[in-house]
Design a protein. Structure first.
Length: 159
């Protein structure tokens, strides 16, 4: 009997001069919500918050691009998540410091920006992409749908 997706949330930030308040439990609950709504009944996903230095290292190592980014997704076995055994779905790494800067540019709150990044990251782990215009539109629609559903269920909108 499935217990639902398991999300391991870690806050590994060591930025001493970045004070981003966040609710890791809410982000974990959001990731689980997206997985369930996408039909993933079981599996494990890692959600890690990191500093800008760590994200910059990951970004150059895995994407061959300099500087920190807001979110990276590392899919593993999401395509096998329909079987009876739990699988390792993958990992999502988010940099709240970059997210905070992006939130200001998007006229959003840091909470709303982090929530968007969680949904975006989970969708990437599950195989969604936005390389082509039609894929981008579909992914944006899925992001909005998941955010609206989660916010309806979990309390007041935070943007």
């Amino acid at each position: 009997m499935s217990q639902g997706p398991q999300i391991v949330g870690l806050d590994e930030r060591d930025d001493v001069d970045v004070d981003v308040e966040l609710d890791l439990d809410r982000l974990v609950a959001l990731a689980a919500s997206v997985l369930v709504e996408e039909g993933i009944a079981d599996g494990e996903l890692g959600l890690t918050l990191v500093s800008e230095d760590t994200m910059a290292e990951l970004h150059v190592t895995h994407m061959d691009e300099p500087g920190p980014t807001d979110v990276l997704s590392f899919p593993l076995d999401a395509h096998e998540a329909t079987g009876p055994e739990p699988v390792l779905l993958g990992d999502i790494v988010i940099c709240p410091a970059v997210a905070a800067r992006n939130a200001a540019e998007h006229a959003a709150t840091i909470e709303a920006e982090l929530e968007l990044l969680v949904v975006h990251g989970v969708l990437h782990v599950l195989g969604h992409d936005h390389a082509e215009p039609d894929e981008e539109l579909a992914m944006q629609a899925a992001e909005r749908r998941h955010l609206e559903a989660f916010r309806r269920r979990s309390g007041p909108d935070r943007d």
